[in-house]
Design a protein around this ligand. Structure first.
Ligand code: MN
Length: 129
């Protein structure tokens, strides 16, 4: 992760409880975490936050996580940034849709707080240059 002490993880999640849980679980590990409530906030703050990984809730108000992901992928700086989709209901086709929108991985909610940080660490490692 270059010279940064901690990988920065951006959490895009409109549900307060879910967002707080993910932030809490990850901040206990060696991560700097930033939470935003929707796609507009994510897109507005993306360059400033400059995350190493994004956790993207799919079911968001106004603009769903697929659309947010597509818009992030249009930006050259973030063409290969790891984006992990989070969805509450594992519907048939959700994983395929996430991958088609440009996500790298897919995690079903509710998250398992014990295995979640390891899963994130693995994905980060896979995407290190
Ligand atoms: Mn949601």
């Amino acid at each position: 992760m270059d010279n940064k002490n901690k990988p920065v993880i951006l959490v895009v999640e409109d549900n307060d409880d879910n967002r707080q849980l993910v932030l809490k679980v990850l901040s206990r590990r060696n991560y700097e975490v930033v939470g935003v409530v929707d796609g507009n906030e994510a897109l507005e703050r993306l360059n400033t936050i400059n995350p190493d990984l994004i956790l993207m809730d799919i079911n968001l108000p106004n603009m769903d996580g697929y659309e947010v992901t597509r818009r992030i992928r249009q930006q050259e700086n973030f063409a290969t940034l790891p984006i992990v989709a989070l969805t509450a209901h594992a519907m048939v086709g959700d994983e395929e849709k996430s991958l088609a929108a440009g996500c790298d991985a897919y995690i079903t909610k509710p998250i398992n707080v014990r295995t979640f940080p390891e899963t994130i660490a693995t994905i980060l490692k896979e995407h290190m240059p």
